[in-house]
Design a protein around this ligand. Structure first.
Ligand code: AMP
Length: 394
C-alpha cells in the first residue's frame, strides 16, 4: 500500500501537490474542467489541515517560446479559485525570486499555483527529462510531496519522479481512487467483465488486448481498429483503416479467443471523414471497395448491448467511431446511453473518449471516468506507473 496524504501531519508544512491541470483549452476557454474538479478533494484536504499548499502541473507541450502564451496556467488558476471559492495565488514563474518570496509569505491554508512546469522544457527539456538540478530546486521549496497527477503518472518527470525521490512523499485522493477502481476492476472484477475497445489503431491497443484477453469475459471491438480484425477474418473492408503490420496478431487472437472477441457486423460507411460527407449504413460484407467504415451500425449496437446488459463490470477505452464528426458520433453516443442505464460498474478510460462523453452530457453516467488517457491505458496493459512506483509504501 502506498503512503497517502492522510499519513502526514500537514499543519504549517509547505506541501507540494503535483496535480494534473492539463485541460483542453479552446479560444481562451477551458472546454472540460474534469481534471481540476477531480483534484479538489486533495487540495481541500490540505487546506483544511492547515498546509501551505504549493500546486504544480504541466499544460500542453512547450517546445518553443511561442508555445508559452497558449499554455499558461493562469486561466486554470482562475477556474480553480472559483471551484475552491478561495483566492489562488498564481505565480507566472517556475523558478526565481518572485516564486520563492511568494512561497515564504504563504500562510497556513493558502494556495499557490506556479506556472506550467513544462516552461522548463525550453531549456533542455528539464521537466520532461527529469533533470536532477531542477528537481532539487523544486524540492527545496517544500517539505512534503504529494503526487495526485494520475494523468502524468506513467511519465518520469522532474515534477513527479524527481520530486518524489527527494522529499517525504505520498499519493493524493485522486490517484488512490484511480488505482482502486481501475486495478480492482482488472484484477478482481465482479463478473462478467466486458471491455469495449475502440480508437484508431490496433498497434496502440496490442498491450491492452494481450493483458485483458485472459482477464475479461468479452472484448467488444469497434473504431478503426476493428477493420484489421475483420480483414484478418478475410472480410473485404474497402478503404477502412487497416494496420497491415498487425494482421497476423489479429488472426492469432481470433483463432485463440474467437468467442471472446466481438466484432462489428454493420457500419456507417462513407467516402470521406467529414461533417458534410454522404453516408449510409451497411453490413460489413456489403461495404464497397471505395468506402470506409467510420462508425458502428445499429445492428452492431444491438449486439454490443446484449453483452453489456449482462455485464457487471465494463471498462471502455477508445471511441467506436470517428466521433469528432457528427455523422460518425452515433455509435459512441449510443454506448454512453446504454451504459448510463446500467447498474454495472462502468469505467471510462481517459483521453479524448472521456472528454467526448463529458461533452455529450454523460459525465454522471459512469461509475468512474479516468483522468488519465495514457496512464489508464498502461494500467490496462498491466504495467506499473513510474510516478506511482516511486512513492513510498506504508
Ligand atoms: P485513439 O487515440 O486510438 O483512442 O483513437 C481515437 C481516434 O480514432 C479518434 O480521433 C477517432 O476519430 C478515430 N476513429 C475511431 N473510429 C474510427 C474509424 N472507424 N475510422 C477511422 N478513425 C476512427
Amino acid at each position: 500500500m502506498k503512503k497517502t496524504i492522510r499519513d502526514f501531519d500537514l499543519k504549517d508544512k509547505k506541501v507540494i501537490i503535483r496535480v494534473d491541470f492539463n485541460v483542453p483549452i479552446k479560444d481562451g476557454l477551458i472546454t472540460d474542467d474534469n481534471r481540476v474538479v477531480e483534484s479538489l478533494e486533495t487540495i481541500n484536504y490540505a487546506i483544511n489541515n492547515s498546509a501551505k499548499v504549493i500546486l504544480m502541473s504541466h499544460l500542453g507541450r512547450v517546445k518553443e517560446e511561442s508555445d508559452k502564451a497558449k499554455n499558461t496556467l493562469k486561466l486554470v488558476s482562475l477556474r480553480l479559485s472559483e471551484l475552491l471559492n478561495k483566492e489562488v495565488i498564481f505565480i507566472p514563474q517556475t523558478r526565481g525570486i518572485e516564486l520563492e518570496k511568494a512561497i515564504s509569505n504563504l500562510k497556513s491554508g493558502d494556495v499557490l499555483l506556479m506556472e506550467n512546469t513544462r516552461y522548463e522544457d525550453l531549456d533542455g527539456e528539464k521537466e520532461s527529462n527529469n533533470d536532477l538540478e531542477l528537481a532539487k530546486y523544486w524540492a527545496n521549496l517544500g517539505d512534503i510531496y504529494i503526487n495526485d497527477a494520475f494523468g502524468t503518472s506513467h511519465r518520469s518527470h522532474a515534477s513527479n519522479v524527481g520530486l518524489a525521490s527527494l522529499l517525504p512523499n505520498g499519493v493524493g485522493f485522486l490517484i488512490e481512487k484511480e488505482l482502486k477502481v481501475l486495478a480492482s476492476s482488472i484484477d478482481n472484477p465482479i463478473r462478467p467483465l466486458t471491455v469495449i475497445l475502440g480508437g484508431a489503431k490496433v498497434s496502440d491497443k496490442i498491450g491492452v488486448i494481450k493483458n485483458l484477453v485472459n482477464k475479461a469475459d468479452y472484448i467488444l471491438i469497434g473504431g478503426g481498429m476493428a477493420f484489421t480484425f475483420l480483414k484478418a477474418q478475410g472480410i473485404e473492408v474497402g478503404k477502412s483503416l487497416v494496420d497491415l503490420d498487425n494482421l497476423d496478431f489479429c488472426r492469432e487472437m481470433l483463432e485463440k479467443h474467437e468467442d471472446k472477441l466481438i466484432l462489428p457486423i454493420d457500419v456507417i460507411a462513407s467516402h470521406e471523414m467529414s461533417d458534410n460527407s454522404d453516408y449510409r449504413e451497411t453490413f460489413i460484407t456489403d461495404l464497397k471497395s471505395d468506402e470506409m467504415g467510420l462508425d458502428i451500425g445499429s445492428q452492431t449496437i444491438k449486439v454490443f448491448k446484449q453483452y453489456l446488459v449482462d455485464s457487471q463490470t465494463i471498462i471502455w477505452n477508445g471511441p467506436v467511431g470517428a466521433f469528432e464528426y457528427s455523422n460518425f458520433a452515433n455509435g459512441t453516443k449510443a454506448l454512453c446511453e446504454i451504459l448510463a442505464n446500467l447498474e454495472a460498474i462502468t469505467i471510462l478510460g481517459g483521453g479524448d473518449t472521456a472528454s467526448a462523453a463529458i461533452n455529450f452530457g454523460y459525465k454522471e453516467a459512469f461509475t468512474h471516468i479516468s483522468t488519465g488517457g495514457g496512464a489508464s491505458l498502461e494500467l490496462l496493459e498491466g504495467k506499473t506507473l513510474s510516478g506511482i512506483d516511486i512513492i513510498h509504501n506504508k
